[in-house]
Design a protein around this ligand. Structure first.
Ligand SMILES: C[S@@+](CC[C@H](N)C(=O)[O-])C[C@H]1O[C@@H](n2cnc3c(N)ncnc32)[C@H](O)[C@@H]1O
Length: 255
């Protein structure tokens, strides 16, 4: 891959987001204008009384399973520090961050971002995930994942004629059928859920960086909206799948 080929609209490689190599391969000397990412969530290792692991999947290596578990929240903070320090070195100084997390991951992510100079929490973008729990008069939404939007500078004051920023969206896990098409990643997000973030926090032609691509919901949305997508993913099967998805998004074949 030639990192200086201006005609490329996406680059995605198999790489560990805690290491510098992947970022260099996808961005070269270019800087991304928006970090939009969905890192592993702060899920803790499950143990039986007495300390034995409760979930045999926790024995699996990271390159076999997209779910990662951490022993403590402090370990999660160390993981966050390792990847975020690398990632922000490849951003323009005014690039905002939109980082998806489960509720337990919010504090460690905010603390690391603050320590790296992203002291302004512009807001929390909430996904009300439609559940199957409903009756004729009621539909239950579940909030499991939110995106924290951070910047180095405070929000400008809105003029009366300015459009408001969108801070909430409602949608199901696979409203657009893309999860089913691309492997059913447990943390897939439909286009309608990530679209407001991409539109609000980046411009067409910008590089958008996602160091944790999974099945590629963030980079695919960036491409659909005329941005350029740079992404990493450590699990080989997912890295391959996301590359295929982005090839198709960049040059859709008739279906
Ligand atoms: C929350 S999921 C991302 C889901 C994605 N947004 C989607 O739509 O499918 C996190 C992803 O990060 C990957 N991952 C875990 N540790 C990583 C690391 N150190 N470097 C790069 N990717 C990693 C996992 O394999 C997983 O696919």
């Amino acid at each position: 891959m030639n990192p200086h080929d201006e005609s490329e609209s996406f680059r995605c490689v198999r790489a560990d987001a805690r290491e510098p190599e992947g970022y260099r391969r996808v961005l070269g000397e270019a800087k991304a204008a928006f970090l939009h990412t969905d890192p592993p969530y702060c899920l803790l290792t499950r143990r039986r009384k007495g300390g034995d692991l409760r979930d045999p999947r926790a024995h699996k290596k990271i390159d076999r399973d997209p779910i990662v578990r951490f022993e403590t929240v402090r370990d999660y903070r160390a993981f966050t520090e390792a990847w975020m320090t690398r990632a922000v070195a490849h951003l323009t100084p005014d690039a905002p961050l939109a980082i998806w997390t489960n509720l337990l991951g919010k504090e460690p992510i905010l603390a690391v971002a603050r320590s790296l100079g992203y002291g302004h929490l512009r807001g929390e973008f909430v996904w009300g995930k439609r559940t199957t729990d409903k009756n004729a008069n009621e539909q239950l939404l579940r909030v499991y994942e939110v995106a924290l939007v951070l910047s180095r500078t405070p929000a400008p004051v809105l003029a009366p004629g300015d459009a408001p920023t969108v801070w909430a969206v409602v949608g199901g896990y696979d409203d657009d059928g893309e999860a089913q098409r691309w492997g059913g990643h447990p943390h897939h997000k439909p286009f309608s859920v990530v679209e407001p973030l991409v539109r609000t926090w980046s411009r067409p032609g910008d590089w958008v960086l996602d160091p944790f691509a999974g099945s590629g919901s963030m980079p695919a949305a960036a491409l659909r909206l005329g941005r350029k997508a740079a992404c990493l993913e450590v699990v080989p099967e997912w890295a391959e799948r996301v590359a295929g998805r982005l090839r198709e998004t960049a040059a859709p074949s008739p279906r």
